[in-house]
Write a protein that binds this ligand. Structure first.
Ligand code: ZN
Length: 178
């Protein structure tokens, strides 16, 4: 039986497919609590730059708001999200709730509304990191991954994209994917 550090090391060595467009460096997860977690810092695969803007599909919640913890009039930044490199303009996908993560790969999508038209830009420059959770036994994860021919790390059940501006508070994009 592997301990949690070993599971995290195994998962982080083979990153998930949704981050294929980036040069990744493994960062320490914020804590060692259960479940296993993997954290990556993102760099541009083309120029090596580490500052980005983020794309999203904004929607202003109607009145009454049908969205959990979102008031009417508030803007929801819906997925999918990509990053645009501030240095060279290269575009890289980060997360698509319809295709990525445990439910995206195994169950046809996770329960979030995705945008298709009128993509918006959340202008940076942001430094980006991605935190992934794996709330499942490694053996089971490997079985499912083998069936779908993906890396076990692609079957994360939670993703948090953290966009850190030069000054001020970070912006988080959190999605439960299982
Ligand atoms: Zn670049």
């Amino acid at each position: 039986m592997l301990n949690q550090d070993e599971v995290e090391a195994l998962l982080s060595a083979n990153p998930p497919a949704n981050l294929d467009d980036f040069a990744l460096s493994v960062a320490s997860p914020p804590n060692s609590d259960y479940p296993p977690k993997v954290c990556y810092e993102l760099k541009c695969k083309k120029c090596g730059g580490d500052t980005f803007s983020i794309t999203a599909y904004p929607l202003v919640a109607p009145d009454p708001s049908p969205y959990y913890q979102v008031a009417s009039g508030e803007t929801i930044q819906r997925p999918p999200h990509s990053a645009l490199c501030a240095g060279c303009g290269n575009r890289a996908k980060i997360f698509d709730a319809r295709k990525d993560g445990y439910d995206g790969i195994l169950n046809g999508g996770c329960g979030y509304e995705s945008g298709e038209d009128n993509e918006g830009l959340i202008a940076g420059p942001f430094k980006l990191s991605v935190l992934l959770f794996y709330n499942i036994e490694l053996e089971e994860l490997r079985e499912f991954a083998a069936e779908k021919n993906v890396q076990p790390s692609s079957l994360f059940d939670f993703i948090e994209i953290k966009a850190m501006p030069g000054e001020g508070e970070p912006i988080f994009f959190d999605y439960k994917c299982a």
